[in-house]
Design a protein around this ligand. Structure first.
Ligand code: ADP
Ligand code: MG
Length: 629
């Protein structure tokens, strides 16, 4: 049945109260304890429909209270059913959420709303944790199960999740779930549930796949969309710094040294980059740690706890690993790598300015990424102001200030007794030495061999200079680098581009396209071999999804390059049997993968990096991204 878009409501600020919505008194009592004063717009619009038994598609930005929008009516209805029939012993409510963190958050919310409901148990089930407690929980009988799709499927297959009595099903953060490649699992789960049930689908955006799921599995759903007036908090100051990739670390160091900060999250694009940047910041004396989808959940939680308690100050994260993170002391969000869509930007900067505090969002942008900044400004309807790199002097002045503050604090706050005697004796034995000189020597010792002052860093030559140098090295033979064969160096792989001499491509335009669209630096681009109808290029074996995405839209001389791993033979575009891995491995082009319905990776349970199955309408428009070389 089609989604009932004719009835789509765009809601205004509601004036109703929770009790006017018709919720059960015990649920209202829990809300009063939580201090919820009035329903948010999405809640006001969807709660009456859901209480009425309607299927609903609810669209609203992150942070608009979608959890309560589906949880409150569900609990209300189940409580009233239990009054009639006695407590249920098998799950009545099933919520699917994309990641373990979100599943836990939803489960916690349910628990708090169900505070005054007797015999109500909520059980979160997710991947990456042992089955035992989850199985025991299911055996004891939970009325609400909140889980990630992968683990829910596992429990269905094991027979441990009895869905025969299911009354109410929720797809939460549906867009995210599909982006992570869970479409197939969601289909399977929906098919495993009884025909007669109520379904609610909540999402921040409405890509086509969601429309498909809604029309396939929801009965005459009412669609409710809440237009957000402002997507980003007014208490967050947004600035950008124009900086070349190679200078980002230095820029971040200077900023951290010249601004007052409490907790910081730095966002990077790849898992590898999280570790890399965290290590480099640690080497520069900051307390930093990385979180990404490959890091075991327990360790991730410990890291977030360390950030919360102040044991570390800087968290370096990928988008998904930090999604929904709520740590009050985060004063700064640094977009070390620019996000590729505006929605991620809004999610990212929403990690600061929590609990009514002020927050600072800083965006690093290379000159070529300016169009992304424009798209962000357009979508958030806010301007991001340019900032200047703090000067060396200002950084050093602060370092000196901090150092002398430490001297002060030591003199006033510490017992100098023994050291005073030692220095006194030393000075008496070296009458020729000025006391200042002795103090300076001690200061140097206190600094532990690290230079106190920052010096102008020796920057790698600019990309342009490097390209020119490389060109000179090649004597402009038209080919690049020494490797002419098809074997790639360690850590690299051969890729095939569907353009060649036929299309009159030049090595320069290939390097330019790869460097700009794929974000490679010149040293990452190995040998280039231009053949008549295709080109072989040596690139890092591991490409991030962002790089695949960017390069899939790249054209050279008007022709799409259709980047794929070179299998050493003609690509068989229509043969699905030879679909290689997402990273490295054999064959398998970006387009093949897209056709097969989203990416797969072993990290997707429990929240790895975002997958993108189908392009949502919130992505930057193609015309903005697709540039020709
Ligand atoms: P979303 O799923 O839309 O991103 P959440 O459901 O996670 O948003 O809610 C965001 C925050 O707002 C949560 O901390 C939640 O407790 C709080 N919240 C939700 N509804 C209300 C309300 N009516 N009044 C006050 N706080 C609310
Ligand atoms: Mg939510």
């Amino acid at each position: 049945m089609p989604v009932n878009t004719a009835d789509t409501q765009t809601t205004e600020e509601p004036t109703v109260t929770f009790s006017e919505l018709g919720l059960d008194a015990r649920v209202l009592a829990a809300l009063a304890d939580l201090g919820y004063e009035k329903p948010s717009p999405i809640q006001a619009a969807t709660i009456p429909l859901l209480l009425d038994g309607r299927d609903v598609v609810g669209l609203a930005q992150t942070g608009t209270g979608k959890t309560a929008a589906f949880a409150l009516p569900a609990l209300s209805r189940m409580a009233e059913l239990a009054d009639l029939n006695g407590p249920a012993t098998t799950p009545q409510i099933l919520v699917l959420a994309p990641t373990r963190e979100l599943a836990l958050q939803v489960a916690e919310a349910f628990t708090s709303y169900a505070k005054y409901l007797p015999d109500f148990t909520v059980l979160p089930v997710y991947g990456g944790s042992p089955y035992g407690p989850q199985l025991a929980g299911l055996r004891r009988g939970a009325q609400v199960v909140v889980g990630t799709p992968g683990r829910v499927i596992d429990h269905i297959n094991k027979g441990s999740l009895d869905l025969s009595n299911l009354q109410y099903m929720v797809l939460d953060e549906a867009d995210e779930m599909l982006r992570m490649g869970f479409a197939e699992e969601v289909d399977k789960i929906l098919e495993a549930t009884p025909e007669e049930k109520q379904v609610a689908l909540f999402s921040a955006t409405m890509p086509r796949t969601i429309r498909r799921i809604a029309s396939e599995y929801l009965r005459n759903p009412q669609e409710v969309a809440v237009k957000s007036k402002q997507t980003t908090g007014a208490n967050i100051t947004q600035r950008y710094l124009q900086v070349m990739g190679a200078h980002k670390l230095d820029a971040m160091t200077r900023i951290l040294e010249s601004e007052e900060f409490d907790g910081v999250i730095a966002f990077v694009r790849t898992k590898m980059a999280t570790e890399d940047l965290a290590d480099k910041l640690k080497a520069r004396g900051f307390t930093a740690a990385a979180i990404n989808g490959d890091i075991p959940q327990q360790q991730r939680e410990r890291t977030v706890e360390n950030l919360r308690s102040g044991k570390i100050d800087i968290l370096v994260a990928t988008d998904v690993a930090a999604r929904g993170l709520d740590v009050e002391r985060i004063s700064h969000v640094v977009n070390f790598d620019i996000p590729h869509d505006t929605e991620s930007y809004v999610h990212r900067i929403g990690r600061t300015g929590r609990a009514g505090r002020k927050g600072d969002a800083i965006l690093f942008m290379t000159p070529r990424e300016k169009y992304l900044l424009r798209a962000i400004e357009k979508a958030t309807r806010q301007s991001v102001t340019q900032m200047q790199l703090p000067s060396l002097d200002s950084v050093n002045n602060r370092r000196i200030q901090k150092f002398t503050d430490r001297i002060d604090a030591t003199i006033t706050g510490q017992d100098l007794g023994t050291f005073r005697e030692i220095v006194e004796q030393f000075a008496a034995q070296h009458e020729d030495l000025d006391h200042l000189e002795i103090a300076a020597a001690l200061a140097l010792m206190a600094q532990g061999g690290r230079p106190l002052l920052m010096t102008e860093p020796v920057m790698p030559p600019s990309k342009k200079a490097r390209l020119e140098r490389d060109r000179a090295d090649r004597g402009d033979r038209g080919e690049r680098g020494p490797r002419r064969g098809k074997t790639a160096a360690e850590g690299n792989a051969m890729y095939r581009l569907a353009v060649g001499r036929r299309n009159r491509v030049q090595p320069g335009s290939i390097v330019g396209a790869l460097a700009n669209e794929g974000g490679f630096n010149s040293s990452e681009i190995g040998g280039i071999e231009i053949r008549s109808d295709h080109t072989l290029v040596e690139l890092p074996a591991e490409l991030s999804k962002d790089q695949w995405r960017a390069l899939s839209n790249t054209r050279i001389g008007g022709e799409p390059i259709n980047l794929e791993l070179d299998s050493g033979r003609k690509p068989r575009r229509d043969d699905d049997s030879d679909r290689g891995g997402y990273r490295g491995g054999r064959g398998g082009s970006f387009n093949d993968r897209k056709r097969s319905g989203g990416f797969r990776g072993d990290d997707r349970r429990g929240g790895g990096d975002k997958r993108f199955g189908g392009r949502g309408k919130d992505r930057f428009s193609d015309s903005a991204r697709r540039r020709d070389y």
